[in-house]
Ligand binder design. Structure first.
Ligand SMILES: Cc1cc2nc3c(=O)[nH]c(=O)nc-3n(C[C@H](O)[C@H](O)[C@H](O)COP(=O)(O)OP(=O)(O)OC[C@H]3O[C@@H](n4cnc5c(N)ncnc54)[C@H](O)[C@@H]3O)c2cc1C
Ligand code: SF4
Length: 506
């Protein structure tokens, strides 16, 4: 039973973010640890609703009010058990999820939502500190083999569930490390890659085998009893305007991946360096915003993010909770860093504390512009020097340029962050006979099975289209249950989402 007065006693409070001038000096996570007692108080704000809308918001089916109440009482181990029952990787969602559960929280009808995501992160980190997160080794061996292709959150979740169900699971990853977009897309200031490594160690101890630098062929996979394709949507959506092939214009993922390789220690400097450059990011979503924070950290002279969408007229309070949820105007932490002038005034102690020898005092400015459409790029000697854009407005649900608003804008590094156009259609998918819909997504039935190859299952962004980590984990878990049921005739693995389930926002 929750504290019925908790939300009256405590207002919403979140752990602080590291000061902008300091965090721009490195790629460490921006979040500070919550002060002692804060998480318990925040958990006490949960009303344990009769109809908890937060459940509807979360595709994992997290039992949120139960773990909130356990945390309130300081019963962390039980809270961890409840959390882990529905989410294999709360340390990923606790850092990276936009928290549709909070968008759905009933308390947000006339107050601020419960800080569900922070409570989730605190539970799992507490569990790691206490040594409660141990390998869950399977109690029997089915002797059956499953190949999981792709090691993003969908592949990792499917692999962990299937290994624990007693199958012999091999994860094939063509990159040099495990983690998918969480590793090489998401910058470390949002989530440090060591948390992925920590989870991989648990999975290896449970018996999951990982093969990196490995792009299996259909013939190799024929040896397996089932194949889970969790290959994501790696094909970037291009910007088809004049001049888009000039040097200095890159897909966002190339830029982000290169910096992540620097952070991993693979290379000393990034081949796409924003230092001292006038950077323009085309695209206002997650990926563009991650470029924004990364370019500021690299010491760009200026960073401007163009979003084709108009600035939302709504505040969070006006659009929360579900069912109005969530036409939200979200602000990523990187946007706290825009408009911030780095003067080089950081003290020598501050710089030394961060282990840095010195800092380039060049000023970095970040700015977001809304309702901007890119018309063309201009260049000199084959290299981009700027672009022409105009303002747009929405008429009858369609974007149209506003006459007379065309403007030039200087740029010597342009990052295209327009999302992804779907799953890869050639290669392995083709050889396995997988089919695709008109949006480039792999077709699967309601049990995640390819209708054209009954040994092949599809989970994550490659079937859903580009989405969120929480959906990838939910799909990976549910897909594992479908595989297990087909291999064994029955399954005890949980299914929280089907391929047809859509986020509440749609
Ligand atoms: C820059 C960026 C930032 C993001 N930030 C967030 C965020 O903050 N919060 C959030 O919830 N979501 C975020 N997302 C979305 C999120 O990362 C994805 O929805 C999620 O990672 C999808 O998981 P997945 O397992 O389906 O695919 P991916 O994570 O894309 O993993 C697919 C893996 O399959 C591998 N692969 C592909 N083909 C083959 C093959 N033939 N053989 C072997 N391996 C193969 C790829 O190398 C890759 O490692 C972000 C996305 C991007 C691009
Ligand atoms: S909707 Fe909010 S207040 Fe209600 S149970 Fe869920 S987290 Fe608690």
């Amino acid at each position: 039973m929750a504290d019925p007065h908790g939300f009256q006693k405590y207002t919403r409070a979140e752990p602080a973010h590291r000061p902008v001038p300091l965090r721009l000096l490195d790629y460490r996570e921006v979040y500070e640890k919550a002060p002692a007692g804060q998480i318990e108080e925040q958990a006490a704000r949960c009303m344990d609703c009769g109809v908890p809308f937060c459940h509807e918001g979360c595709p994992l089916g997290n039992i949120i009010p139960e773990w909130n109440d356990l945390v309130r009482q300081g019963r962390w181990k039980e809270a961890y058990d409840r959390l882990h029952a529905t989410n294999n990787f709360p340390e990923f969602t606790g850092r990276l999820c936009p928290a549709p559960c909070e968008g759905s929280c009933v308390l947000a009808i006339n107050d601020d939502a419960v800080t569900i995501k922070n409570v989730e992160l605190a539970i799992v980190e507490h569990a790691f500190e206490k040594g409660w997160v141990e390998p869950v080794k399977p109690t029997f061996d089915t002797g059956l083999t499953v190949a999981v292709v792709g090691s993003g959150p969908a592949g990792m979740a499917a692999a962990q569930q299937l290994t624990r169900a007693g199958h012999r699971v091999v994860v094939f990853e063509r990159d040099d490390r495990i983690g998918g977009l969480m590793r090489y897309g998401v910058p470390e200031y949002k989530m440090e890659n060591r948390w992925i490594d920590r989870r991989i160690a648990q999975m290896e101890a449970e018996g999951t085998q990982f093969r990196v630098n490995s792009s299996p062929r259909a013939a190799e996979l024929a040896l397996y009893d089932a194949i889970v394709l969790a290959t994501g949507t790696p094909v970037p959506r291009p910007l088809k305007v004049e001049g888009a092939d000039l040097d200095g214009i890159y897909p966002a993922m190339e830029f982000l991946t290169a910096q992540n390789h620097v952070n991993e220690g693979d290379i000393n400097t990034t081949p796409i360096d924003a230092r001292g450059k006038k950077v323009v990011i085309i695209g206002g979503g997650d990926t563009g915003t991650d470029c924004f924070g990364t370019a500021l950290r690299q010491g760009a002279a200026s960073v401007t993010q163009f979003d084709i969408r108009p600035r939302s007229p709504f505040t969070r309070a006006e659009t929360t909770p579900w069912p109005m949820y969530p036409n939200l105007f979200r602000t990523a932490t990187a946007h706290e860093e825009g408009d911030y002038l780095i003067t080089g005034d950081e003290s020598a102690d501050e710089i030394a504390a961060l282990g840095l020898a010195s800092r380039n005092p060049a000023s970095s400015m970040g700015e977001r512009r809304f309702a901007v459409n890119t018309v063309s790029f201009q260049g000199e000697q084959g290299h981009v020097t700027g672009l022409i854009a105009n303002q747009i407005r929405i008429v009858a649900g369609k974007r149209e340029p506003i006459e007379g608003t065309e403007f030039p804008f200087e740029a010597d590094l342009v990052l295209i962050a327009l999302g992804f156009s779907g799953a890869e259609q050639g290669g392995l998918a083709h050889d396995l006979g997988v089919t695709f819909d008109e949006r480039g997504r792999m077709i699967r039935d309601n049990e995640y099975r390819s209708p054209t190859n009954s040994r092949v299952y599809v989970a994550g962004d490659n079937g859903r289209g580009q989405s969120l980590i929480v959906w990838a984990i939910a799909e990976g878990r549910a897909c594992a249950a479908a595989v297990d049921a087909d291999l064994m005739g029955e399954t005890a693995l949980p299914i929280a989402v089907t391929p047809q389930d859509a986020p509440l926002s749609v």
